[in-house]
Design a protein around this ligand. Sequence first.
Ligand code: AMP
Length: 399
Amino acid sequence: MSKFSDFNFKGHTALVRVDFNVPLDAEFNITDDTRMTATIPTIKKILADAGKVVLMSHLGRPKDGPTDEFSLKHLVKHLHELLGGETKVFFADDCVGSQAGMTATMLREGEVLLLENLRFHKEEENGDEAFAKKLSTLGDVYVNDAFGTAHRAHASTAVIAKFYEPSNKMFGLLMEAEVASAEKVLHQSDKPFCAIIGGAKVSDKILIIENLLERVTDIIIGGGMAYTFIKARGGKIGNSLCEDDRLQTALDILEKAKQKNVSIHLPENSVIADKFAADANTQDVPSDQIPDGWMGLDIGGKAIGIFSEIIGKSKTILWNGPMGVFEMEKFETGTKQTALAIAKATENGAFSLVGGGDSVAAVNKFNLANKVSYVSTGGGALLEYFEGKILPGIEAVNG
Ligand code: AMP
């Protein structure tokens, strides 16, 4: 594998796998372009070297071939703007075939070609070798900058790498930064190391918690998933979220943590509501004494104080998942105060990594994205990384 920043792209056509899977509204306006802006430095470096760029990505989950809804043509104008308005950006109606091949061959130095949605071909998700080989003819250098899909063994993210010599394949700048920050947290963390895990479901987070038990000092558990733990310990949780088939798992995790000397912190108290609605009546009560008919929708004031103190003492912080139903103003305080505590700890020298769709949405909502050390673009990929899995997209380029 080559190092992207040391590679001179002059005279090369770089086939770059990006993650342009952005949300679009009904008029095809991009409602959040974070994934596009994140990979612009990679594209610009290749163009600045006088290289040629062929971009490939998926968009959404098309089921049966091409549809207007999932066409990447809707992104061309915005890509052109993000590149500064001077760069020529061509579009090929199909990611393989003669038009794509010819346009790629005729590209001039400093020009960009965006290919149509890879997932219009079912071979992409099937990891089809012949399809990957066809894609590989579109560039003599392969750059993987799509951390968001690195956990998928698809044709363009993993299989394709075998058609390139080690010296002609590499990670882009975004992928490098994502991997570096995840590695720092997993393998070179300064202690105390606090992981904050929240969100709705325990079942989604069991593997990550188990893997983190080997590495962290403290685990803060908030959000809906906390109530399965609280019920497992004998608490009364009323109508709060609970996975009854995970009660034993929760007890096992608590026991394992004890053996490994990891402190697990559950919210002492909760903001409870009499319905799941913005205009619900609320109270702040101990989390293990929630009356029937009421549900915990946010961590309470006392829990915020305790959690903030632990975060404040930490030198490494990983945050995945909100502390409550932060989408409703009435239940956003726990998540907001947690984000503020992480920002403050970061200002005092801690390294903080925020990842996973909803915690990223939360730091953005509270305008704190630039007050943490790193905000990951990879939801599922980051989770799997922290579960200790080897990501196919990373292995393929490394190998
Ligand atoms: P996840 O995708 O598992 O990370 O869950 C994120 C979702 O969990 C968000 O939409 C939150 O609104 C929701 N959530 C967080 N805390 C609670 C809670 N106490 N009760 C119900 N839903 C919650």
